[in-house]
Design a protein around this ligand. Structure first.
Ligand code: CMC
Length: 514
């Protein structure tokens, strides 16, 4: 690196000329990517008056707000071609999986790389369902939320809470001895095992893998239980123990809906539809929440904390919260005749068209076609949702409008909210129905990262510091007030204080202006 001529540069390299110095650098290309760290060698002297915080002499930095073109993992899990509308899990097209597979079989595929045999699938399903039961203390935990708590707040907290039960799963607890009998998959009678804290998940040894895979089963198994508990708190219902003899989604429906009836069996069409939607949501490569799980997991925190972080990320309206936002948007539009005015407001950037657009897909999201087919099957059982006409009018108008077509904005998966609504789920439960299956994808990426060649590197991005240069501390009596929007804390309205208290007189009532 750092020559002044580019002659004889080998193939599969990138030649970069730094016009500040005239130096030429050769950067290797592998898998059609270059290493950002290669640019650390591209150094230049400071220009007259240049800020030292630019660190120009320490090498060039790569700026990429929003990770628009930064690859942070080598992954074998999911492939998306956003231009062609292709989504594959471990090489299998999503359309084939939606038709022939089921959520737990697909979970096995995403986690371990191949479709399970019949015996492998049976064992995996048994283990997942076996791990559906949670400690009875969890009931108190769920009861401690306000009656109207958003179920995503409950689910996010519940994943972190769950981690408090499994000391052997926590890399922060160094050098713990645990009984081999705790590790269900190990040979009975083997000696106690020393879990070496920080390397608990990164060793790849049979013991380490057994601990990792047990947490995976627990997390997938309990995801539906925790979600159902969040649902039942909101409905004012007692909790139920996960049933036996039902599928993953059948058990989930039972846990939400069973009210003591004899021989209660969920509707098979709804059970299968939910399973297909779970499969469609199981993974979507490095989206915001999966990246959050990896970012959090890169500090080697326990998987429960990492999954809780992913859940929090998914809750946002640009991501998993979009399915809830779609329905709120359709309700606000009301009738099909209001669609043109709504789209005009979107174009004026006064409103957001939820359920349209995607960072990766620049054509229709392939999952949206499966969602439509699934919707038809569900509507046969539940009846059509009254918002469907509005949704279709919105879709048709947007797909004909140059504003949306020129930006390659097409429907994404989040119109599945119409199916959830037809199935009778409350609006704020929709992101939960996204988060529960996505636990699988989060864990597949987390497992892959823990076992990647070369170990785990903590994710610590760089910044471009544009703030003040060094300045000296000013004693309080010599300061000049800095004022203006964003430069001082905003005035606070104390909503918890009643009008009567505001009118009352008491010591310390006059609050200093911030
Ligand atoms: N409605 C109107 N305009 C849009 C929309 C939309 N839904 N999405 C993008 N645009 C415009 C955007 O304003 C920009 O226009 P311009 O270049 O004139 O400023 C252009 O399209 C490019 O968009 P972008 O914001 O650069 O795209 P992004 O990749 O940063 O954002 C997105 C992707 C999904 C956050 C965005 O499309 C969006 O906000 N969609 C609505 C929310 C939604 O449905 N999210 C769920 C995504 S799918 C499920 C999941 O994976 O979570």
């Amino acid at each position: 690196m750092g020559r002044t001529t580019d002659q004889g540069a080998p193939q599969d390299t990138l030649t970069v000329k730094d016009n500040r110095t005239g130096k030429i650098y050769t950067v290797p290309i592998a898998d059609n990517s270059i290493q950002a760290t290669a640019f650390k060698a591209v150094k230049a002297p400071f220009k007259q008056g240049e800020r030292p915080e630019n660190e120009t002499d320490k090498g060039l930095r790569i700026a990429d707000k929003g990770y628009l073109n930064t690859a942070v993992m080598r992954s074998e899990i999911t492939y998306i071609d956003g231009e062609a509308g292709i989504l594959r899990y471990r090489g299998y097209p999503i359309e084939q999986l939606a038709l022939h597979s089921n959520h737990l079989e697909t979970a096995y595929l995403l986690l371990y790389g191949s479709l399970p045999t019949k015996d492998q699938a049976t064992l995996f399903e048994e283990e997942v369902l076996h791990h559906g039961v949670v400690h009875s203390d969890a009931e108190q935990f769920f009861r401690s939320f306000r009656y109207d708590a958003h179920p995503m707040a409950m689910l996010t907290s519940a994943f972190a809470y769950l981690g408090s039960y499994y000391a052997e799963a926590n890399p922060s607890l160094q050098g713990m001895y645990i009984l081999s009998s705790l590790l269900g998959w190990l040979t009975p009678g083997t000696d106690d095992i020393l879990c070496t804290g920080q390397t608990l998940y990164t060793k790849g040894s049979p013991e380490s893998l057994a601990i990792m895979d047990k947490q995976i089963l627990r997390l997938i198994g309990k995801a539906t239980t925790l979600a159902a508990m969040a649902y039942r708190v909101r409905q004012g219902r007692d909790f139920v123990t996960p049933p036996t003899g039902l599928s993953y989604t059948g058990s989930f429906l039972y846990q939400m809906d069973h009210l003591g009836q004899e021989n209660y069996v969920p509707n098979p069409v709804l059970e299968r539809a939910l399973d297909v939607l779970f499969l469609l949501h199981a993974d979507h490569e490095l989206n915001a929440s999966s990246t959050t799980v990896l970012q959090t997991g890169s500090s080697l925190v326990d998987p429960y904390s990492a999954i809780a972080a992913g859940c929090a990320s998914l809750y946002g309206p640009l991501h998993g919260g979009a399915n809830e936002a779609v329905i709120r948007m359709l309700i606000s539009i009301g009738k099909p005749e209001n669609v043109p005015a709504f789209l005009e407001a979107v174009k004026r950037r006064e409103k957001v068209l939820s359920g349209f657009g995607h960072r990766v897909y620049k054509t229709s999201d392939p999952r949206s076609f499966i969602v439509r087919k699934t919707a038809d099957e569900v509507f046969k059982v539940t009846g059509r949702d009254e918002l469907l006409e509005t949704a279709m009018a919105l879709h048709d108008a947007a797909m004909k409008d140059e504003y949306f077509t020129s930006r390659k904005l097409a429907p994404n998966v989040d119109f599945c909210g119409l199916i959830y609504r037809a199935m009778g789920f409350p609006l704020d439960f929709f992101p939960v129905l996204f988060a529960v299956p996505r636990v699988v994808g989060w864990l597949a990426h987390w497992r892959q990262m823990m076992l990647q060649d070369g170990g785990v590197k903590i994710w610590r991005p760089r910044q471009i510091y544009v703030g003040e240069g060094k300045r000296e501390y000013v004693p309080v009596d010599q300061r000049v007030a800095v004022e203006g929007p964003k430069k001082t804390p905003s005035p606070i309205v104390h909503s918890g204080i009643t009008k009567r208290t505001m009118l009352a007189d008491f010591k310390g009532k006059a609050v200093a202006k911030l």
